[in-house]
Design a binder for this molecule. Structure first.
Ligand SMILES: [Fe+2]
Length: 341
């Protein structure tokens, strides 16, 4: 299969408090608001995003993933991708124009996640006062100490990790890069997929709820480990809820930091790792004991990290239980220390 998709271009999340969420991303994380709809939906960008925005925050009763958008490799690839999705019995819908970009195909996949595929995305053109001195930069580097360069990936939750990976690999050409299986049970709890040489731009964690279409976290990229550590410092100084890290995942070997925005959504900052260009890569299966999540194999993942969005109504949230951050239940949590990059 020729490459159908090029990369993740933008995400839309819901927040019960759009203003607070947007203010957090702007004032604490260094994104820049670039647009707002009448209903409060706010569009934000990182300084290095190639398109006008990478994050859309819209009103919703609970934190949730509303839409994940990938740019196709070409206009023909977009049509081919839509054809392949429809051949699987998923009808989807074509939009002529949506949220400032051109024709796109939007569908809801077999585990309830809404995905949008597009080709005609305008390239970002910075206003004169924000133009970079470097020709390839879409905008000058942010002067905010915690500002990520651009959007990196999204990690969703699905009731069958291997079936999710198989569908997106077969239909849309994602390469499946790794799995994590529990040490003491043949239960696959995590997988990473990619459309390009990155270790992943789509992750999937096991969802033990009966809810569909949930998300575990959204992730942004910064250029160096040093910048990630400064970001962690800045977030701490400003009272952000740091949930896990900084540390290094075994899978992908990326440095990570997880925190929460005021709407409740988990946000990750990533850097480092390596590139993998092997077209017929065969995914290995990691175990927590081989360092899937923590390369040093010495830190338990906080229980709160298993919380997905929207939250399961039957379970109190980690925030409500006051266990964010913390590791109180990590040793009895079956998913503790599983790879969740
Ligand atoms: Fe991640």
């Amino acid at each position: 299969m020729t490459n159908l998709l090029a990369h993740l271009s933008h995400l839309e999340i819901a927040s019960p408090d759009v203003d607070a969420t947007a203010a957090f991303f702007e004032k604490q994380f260094g994104l820049r608001p670039v647009g707002r709809d009448d209903d409060g939906t706010t569009y934000l960008r990182c300084w290095g995003d190639y398109y006008p925005y990478s994050l859309v925050v819209s009103p919703g009763e609970q934190p949730a993933l509303v839409n994940m958008a990938w740019r196709a490799a070409s206009e023909d690839a977009l049509d081919e991708a839509a054809t392949r999705v429809r051949a699987k019995g998923v009808e989807g819908v074509w939009h002529d124009e949506r949220q400032g970009h051109g024709r796109s195909f939007q569908f809801t996949g077999p585990f309830g996640h809404t995905m949008e595929l597009c080709w005609d995305l305008p390239r970002h053109s910075a206003p004169a006062e924000l133009a970079s001195v470097f020709p390839d930069r879409p905008e000058r580097r942010s002067s905010h100490a915690a500002a990520p360069r651009f959007l990196d990936h999204v990690t969703i939750a699905a009731s069958d990790v291997r079936a999710f990976a198989a569908w997106y690999s077969e239909v849309l050409g994602f390469r499946v890069m790794a799995f994590t299986e529990l040490d003491h049970a043949e239960v696959t709890v995590f997988s990473v997929l990619t459309t390009n040489e990155k270790s992943h731009d789509l992750g999937v964690v096991l969802d033990s709820s009966t809810l569909g279409g949930r998300v575990n976290h959204i992730a942004f990229w910064t250029d160096s480990v040093q910048e990630l550590l400064v970001s962690a410092d800045v977030l701490m100084e400003n009272g952000a809820a740091i949930e896990y890290g900084p540390s290094i995942h075994g899978i992908g070997e990326q440095s990570f930091l997880y925190f929460r925005e005021p709407g409740g959504m988990r946000v990750e900052l990533n850097t480092g790792g390596y590139r993998n260009y092997v077209p017929d890569w065969q995914a290995n299966t990691w175990k927590p004991s081989t360092g899937s999540n923590s390369i040093y194999r010495n830190s338990a993942m906080p229980m709160s990290m298993t919380e997905c969005f929207p939250p399961d109504a039957g379970k109190p949230s980690a925030t409500e239980e006051g266990i964010l951050p913390g590791t109180e239940d990590a040793l009895v949590n079956p998913y503790a220390r599983h790879g969740q990059g």
